[in-house]
Structures are given as structure tokens and as C-alpha cells.
Design a binder for this molecule. Structure first.
Ligand code: CA
Length: 436
């Protein structure tokens, strides 16, 4: 578990004024990494601060980083964060301390840095975000018993209590927030029992939380549970868009076209160290549940392997936007509800000998909770297609329609610390490419 240090000190403020706003996702205590483009420019690494991006290449050319910290800044300055993710956690931590010193009010070099603001900072409004890393492999787990219970009509299959169930997802169709979600085509069950090929009629979202792998492991060499968290570089939000009719017709082996058409992630990677104040106990499982197997059991993980992150999904329709209505919140949940910790997911993934690489991404599964408002996909909220969701202006939804936009938000808060957020994870549904 990452330790608290001066970089999370709630008294720190930034000379970038927007980083001190109460509702910003990116105060000086956060400092997430991402990949952005200046207008007409090439992809490059940066750090979010308020409504600005610190350009790491510009910082390097101004000589703001020295020695090993300069090497780490170099690893974060390119078109993908994989070289940074591959570093020892101490090197990433040293870079974070330097970034905090450069961007905080009263930092050792403030007099030198502030006059360079025009060269160092890029407004987020002028930048385009890219995927933060070259994501070699993407895995989606399904680790919410609340989700499985509702999807399964009131029962959870025992295997979900024995291990973190997952499947190999599709890395090529991962996109950052804002990418258009084209309604997929596929085979679904027709009324008369015949298979029908056409646009997905039951398009859904799944609100998920995800982790980027940092240092990997060699093939055939599992990651022990006690070391798993050291292999997690950081976190983002994820929408596992789901084509339910395609999914349930095809799923003889596992999810395939019902999931692979597109997955949206938030563009900023909030580091393991930035999340240090927001750790909490792992989910407390009911006494009747099977014991945690030894290879996934660790006292430190039980005590602090959970993360307290409030998660929301908001929906807006074309008509709502035309009228100027704000998006309606349709999910409010928390990552604390997830049955297995991220460390257990990673340790389980590698336990069979599979090698994990820097920049690999794995997601938690739909983060549903016990409350009605914590049903984190439409199929739970609409009670498996039977109860439509009421929206402003007399509209209702069973499933997503063309023009609908889903926004996912996350925020970590704890008394005595400055809250941090994850930035946007948004997508708007576009009509299917062609009719069958
Ligand atoms: Ca999922």
C-alpha cells in the first residue's frame, strides 16, 4: 500500500489558480499522467493541474528536472506512458515529488517556474487527449456480487466467490473519453427463434473502475498477492459498453462481439501514490462465503486493499440537450462494493503463469452496490428489460438510443485530505453503420 507523504499534504496549494478550486479533479495533490496533443501537434506526455496540462517535454527543455528525475520525466514525456509505467515505484515517486514542488505555491523554484507558465502549460480546452499508453492487453473482470446477483435473477454462481472471474477483452477498440460509440451490428435472437443480423436493440453501458499494470512479471512467474499492489501503476474510469442482445445470443464461450465494439476510458492515469489517502478495508464478505484461497489472501490487502471512490453515471438524450436540461444522474455507487481487490485480480491473473506488461489494463467489472441507485448498468436498473427509466420531459429509456450520451465520473474523498477526481469518461451513441 502506498504511503502518505508530503505530496498529499492538504495544505499544499498551487500557483495554477484553477487547481485550488474546491470542485477541481486535479488539485496539486493529484498530478495524474496522460498523453495529449497541442493543436496540430504530436502526442506527448503531460500532467493535469487544474484546467491546465504541464508539458513534460517543455519542462525538460527548460532544465526543470535533474538526474534520475529527468530520466523519469523523459519516460513520461513521450507518446505513451509505458516507459514510465515500467520504472521502479521509487523513480515514479521521485518524479511526483519534483512535480509537486514545481507546481505548488511556495515551491523551491517558484520564482523561476512561474514566468515560464506560457511555455510549460497548455489549456485542457486547447488540447486533444489520446490513450495514455500503448495498451498491449486488456482484461475485464466481473467482481461485483451485487451486479451478478441482479443479472443472474437473484443468484450468484459459486465460482464468483472462489476467484475473480474475468475474460480477455479487446485492446484495439479501447478509446479515450469523447470517442463516438457506433451502435454495433450482430446476430440476435429473433421473435420466432431465428437468428437475425442487425443493429443491437439493447445497447447498455457498464460503469467500471480500471487499473494500469506497472512493472510486469516474467512468463511462468506468478505475482504473489503480497507484491501485487506494487505492480499497479495507477487507475482510470472505464465504460464497458455492452450490446446485450448480441451478448446473450453469442455467449457460449464468453463475451465476444457484445463487448468488443468499443470500450471508453478516462484519459488521465491517477497514480497509486495519489490514491494513498483513499485506501480502505477490502469488501467484508458474508460469513457463509467460501474462504479466500491462500494465493489471494494477505492481511495488508484485507486491511487496506479497498479503494473509497464515489462513482456516478449521468445520462443525457438529444432532446434533453436541445432543451438545455442538465444530464440526469442515473447511477451513484462506490468502488468499496467490489468483492475482490484490484491486487487480488492482478495476483489471480498472473497465478496461472500469464505475463503482465507495463501498460496492460484490467477492469473491475460493473461496480454495483446494494442500493437501488447503485445499479451500475441499465440491465440492472431496468430489471432485466422490464422497467423503463424515467427521464426529464416525459422521455423514458429501457436501453440506450442513438444520440444518448453516458458520462462516468469518479471522486475520491476523505476527511482531512483534498479530494481528487479522474476527469471525464464520456461517450455518445451514434447510429449503426449500415442496416443488415
Ligand atoms: Ca464488464
Amino acid at each position: 500500500v502506498a504511503e502518505l507523504n508530503e505530496t498529499q499534504d492538504p495544505r499544499r496549494r498551487s500557483w495554477v489558480e484553477t487547481a485550488n478550486a474546491r470542485d477541481t479533479d486535479f488539485p496539486v495533490q493529484n498530478l495524474p499522467f496522460g498523453v495529449f496533443r497541442r493543436p496540430g501537434g504530436a502526442p506527448q506526455g503531460g500532467v493535469a493541474i487544474g484546467d491546465q496540462i504541464l508539458d513534460l517535454a517543455a519542462g525538460l527543455s527548460e532544465g526543470l528536472f535533474e538526474g534520475d528525475v529527468a530520466s523519469a520525466a523523459q519516460a513520461a514525456a513521450g507518446a505513451g506512458l509505458n516507459p514510465l509505467m515500467a520504472l521502479e515505484s521509487g523513480a515514479v515517486s521521485a518524479l511526483r515529488r519534483r512535480l509537486s514542488d514545481l507546481l505548488r505555491s511556495g515551491g523551491p523554484d517558484e520564482a523561476r517556474v512561474k514566468p515560464l507558465a506560457d511555455r510549460l502549460l497548455v489549456s485542457m480546452a486547447d488540447a486533444t487527449m489520446e490513450l495514455p499508453a500503448a495498451i498491449g492487453d486488456y482484461t475485464d473482470f466481473s467482481c461485483s456480487t451485487h451486479h451478478m446477483m441482479r443479472m443472474g435473477g437473484g443468484t450468484v454462481r459459486p465460482v464468483f466467490l472462489h476467484l475473480p472471474v474475468g475474460y480477455h477483452g479487446r485492446a484495439s477498440s479501447l478509446r479515450v473519453s469523447g470517442a463516438e460509440v457506433v451502435r454495433p451490428l450482430g446476430q440476435v435472437a429473433g421473435k420466432d427463434g431465428q437468428a437475425v443480423f442487425g443493429p443491437e436493440p439493447q445497447l447498455d453501458f457498464e460503469l467500471e473502475f480500471a487499473a494500469f499494470v506497472g512493472r510486469g512479471n516474467a512468463l511462468g512467474r506468478p505475482i504473489p498477492i503480497g507484491e501485487a499492489e506494487d505492480h499497479i501503476f495507477g487507475y482510470c474510469l472505464l465504460n464497458d459498453w455492452s450490446a446485450r442482445a448480441i451478448q446473450f445470443f453469442e455467449m457460449a464461450l464468453g463475451p465476444f462481439l457484445g463487448k468488443s465494439f468499443l470500450t471508453t476510458i478516462s484519459p488521465w492515469v491517477v497514480t497509486h501514490e495519489a490514491m494513498a489517502p483513499f485506501h480502505t478495508t477490502a469488501f467484508v464478505r458474508p460469513e457463509a462465503d467460501p474462504p479466500i484461497p491462500a494465493y489471494l489472501r494477505s492481511e495488508a490487502d484485507r486491511r487496506a486493499g479497498g479503494l473509497d471512490v464515489r462513482l456516478e453515471a449521468l445520462l443525457s438524450t438529444e432532446a434533453m440537450r436541445r432543451r438545455g436540461d442538465p444530464p440526469q444522474r442515473i447511477v451513484a455507487t462506490n468502488f468499496r462494493y467490489i468483492y475482490w481487490t484490484l491486487a487480488q485480480m492482478l495476483a489471480h491473473h498472473a497465478s496461472g503463469g500469464c505475463d503482465m506488461n507495463p501498460g496492460d489494463l484490467f477492469a473491475s467489472g460493473t461496480v454495483s452496490g446494494p442500493e437501488d441507485e447503485a445499479k451500475a448498468c441499465l440491465m440492472e436498473a431496468n430489471e432485466r428489460g422490464t422497467r423503463a427509466l424515467a427521464l426529464p420531459g416525459g422521455e423514458s429509456r429501457l436501453w440506450l438510443e442513438d444520440g444518448d450520451e453516458v458520462q462516468i465520473r469518479g471522486r475520491a474523498e476523505r476527511e482531512g485530505f483534498v479530494p481528487i477526481g479522474f476527469g471525464p469518461c464520456d461517450g455518445r451513441v451514434a447510429a449503426a453503420e449500415a442496416k443488415a
